[in-house]
Design a protein around this ligand. Structure first.
Ligand code: FAD
Ligand code: NAP
Length: 464
């Protein structure tokens, strides 16, 4: 389907002589939807267009959150209500930096809010990172969650050992999926091709390598508990990593204390029914990945910790190394945002759009991981989005941002038509959504995601 010029024309028709604030949000993820929700609440009748590079909405809630955490994905119900509000319009399959420029958006709208997230991974920058079967966690997550560009991931699960670098919740998600019973995963919205590959997987041991100690581990208690309760899997810690740890308990925050106590308690437990192992290892940094063609092992540097503040201590390499098997090596050391266009002021060191409390320039704002860095859960991203929306409302009221009428979507529509972009509306997405859910019913799961962009576009254009 090509864009029909009159498709959206009447949605925002108004008889009010007052100037309507026209706001463009770039990125239909957590920050984008929550910011829109708050803007609708605080402004009388704004006109909010959410442009999204994919034909489907929800960002990391669809493509990041683990398939066995369906309750987390319930936020899409809130996002759907936002999208259905008459003040909001979803414009999918439109990519900032390729299909439209920031200048075009800033000319067409009174306010542009960038919420395009963090779509790349941080790199270890060590030798051997390009060997076969060294695969970033982000790509494995994309593979099991149906991100279009990860669907054909070349992942070899025929070895017995997977070694993950980093101890955040993404690392835990990947470890859990690799160690879960496939019969459990079958009931989730995990992609069928991932399920098939996992059903043939020979992986028995997953190592989780942290450069610092148990007190500095980035994973959280709920996610650790899930690992400890995983059927058919035993969590095996190294007691030497916990020497002296209990002495710090009294000085820890409640949250830190609880997770540390949980680790100490589980040191002594062992699941004797288990045929798989989860093995966290602390005080080790990957120095080199080794193998001929495919990764076989990793050389780890042994660390000590330095610094006064126990939680902020830094890992310092000692002059000692050891080796560990790695049939599959998975760097999981964080996500990274990109400067999608050179006109976006970007802090390359921090990997965020340069901003002062979300303000980038007059009428230009940033929210979500793109502004804060790739840390935080849906709740904290929501908090940030609400704050940024409040800032925008204040600025609209005090800085005369809405001083003359602007064209909004009408002004960028022709560019998209010229480029033959098939713009996806919310109604189009609903067709894709229905197609996925119908397919899921046949497979006994909530949905089977469409993973091919052309197919998404065909479904959107069909008369289903
Ligand atoms: P995103 O959700 O990534 O949204 C950005 C959107 O911008 C995407 O839709 C993207 O396609 C779009 N976009 C990108 N580039 C462009 C462009 N050039 N033009 C137009 N659009 C563009 N939090 C929890 O609370 N619970 C969990 O279980 C949980 N699991 C997670 C699992 C993983 C693997 C990850 C990485 C994170 C998880 N989080 C979880 C954290 C949560 O997902 C984030 O806090 C939140 O989604 C960040 O929102 P965002 O809007 O900044 O980014
Ligand atoms: P993260 O929480 O920042 O964890 C990154 C891990 O990588 C840390 O253990 C860090 O160790 C390590 N690391 C960083 N650089 C390294 C290097 N050069 N060498 C070795 N190790 C290195 O990031 P994440 O796991 O990508 O998660 C991102 C955010 O999403 C987090 O806020 C997370 O809680 C959230 N999330 C939540 C859920 C959930 O709620 N279930 C699921 C997934 C993600 P140091 O601490 O030493 O730097």
């Amino acid at each position: 389907m090509t864009l029909r010029p009159n498709y959206f024309l009447n949605k925002f028709f108004t008889t009010n002589a007052q100037i309507i604030p026209k706001i463009c949000i770039v990125g239909a993820g957590t920050a984008g939807f929550y910011a829109a929700q708050q803007l609708i609440k605080k402004l009388k009748t704004p006109q909010i267009d959410i442009i999204e590079k994919l034909p489907v909405p929800f960002g990391l809630v669809r493509f990041g959150v683990a398939p066995d955490h369906p309750e987390v994905k319930n936020v899409v119900n809130t996002f759907t209500k936002v999208a259905e509000n008459p003040c909001v319009r979803f414009l999918g399959n439109v990519k900032l930096g390729t299909d439209v420029t920031l200048k075009q958006l800033r000319d067409a709208y009174h306010v542009v809010l960038l919420t395009y997230g963090a779509n790349e991974s941080k790199k270890l920058d060590i030798p051997g990172e390009n060997l076969k079967n060294v695969i970033e966690a982000r790509r494995i997550v994309g593979w099991y969650n149906g991100t279009p560009w990860d669907k054909d991931l070349d992942i070899d699960l025929s070895g017995e050992t997977a070694t993950i670098f980093g101890q955040g919740n993404v690392a835990i998600d990947v470890a859990r999926i690799l160690l879960s019973d496939v019969d459990e995963l079958k009931k989730t919205d995990i992609t069928e091709y991932a399920l098939e590959a996992l059903s043939k997987s020979k992986i028995k041991t997953v190592y989780l390598i942290g450069r610092r100690g148990p007190l500095q581990a980035a994973f959280t208690i709920k996610e650790l508990r899930e690992m400890l309760k995983l059927p058919s899997c035993s969590t095996i810690w190294r007691p030497e990593d916990f020497v002296g740890i209990s002495e710090h308990l009294a000085n820890l925050s409640r949250q830190k204390k609880r997770i540390t106590e949980l680790m100490l308690k589980s040191l002594e437990e062992n699941n004797t029914q288990a045929n798989k192992e989860f093995k966290p290892i602390f005080f080790r940094s990957p120095l080199e990945l080794v193998g001929t063609d495919k990764v076989e092992k990793v050389i780890l540097g042994i660390n000590k910790l330095e610094g006064e503040d126990i939680l902020k201590q830094k890992a310092v390499l000692l002059d000692k190394t050891e080796e560990l098997n790695a049939d599959l090596a998975i760097p999981s050391i964080g996500y990274r945002s990109m400067q999608v266009e050179s006109s976006i002021p970007f802090d390359f060191k921090r990997g965020v759009v340069q901003n002062n409390k979300s303000r980038v320039d007059k009428g230009l704002y940033v929210s979500g991981w793109l502004g804060t860095g790739p840390i935080g859960v849906i709740l904290s991203t929501m908090g940030n989005a609400f704050e940024v929306a409040d800032t925008i409302v204040n600025d609209i009221n005090s800085e005369n941002l809405v001083d003359k009428p602007k064209g909004g979507y009408e002004d960028i529509k022709n560019t998209l038509i010229e480029k033959n972009i098939q713009v996806i509306s919310w109604q189009h997405w609903e067709k894709i959504d229905k197609y996925e859910q119908d397919k899921g019913v046949k497979l006994g799961k909530p949905r089977e995601k469409v993973v091919d962009i052309d197919k998404m576009l065909r479904i959107a254009d069909s008369s289903l």
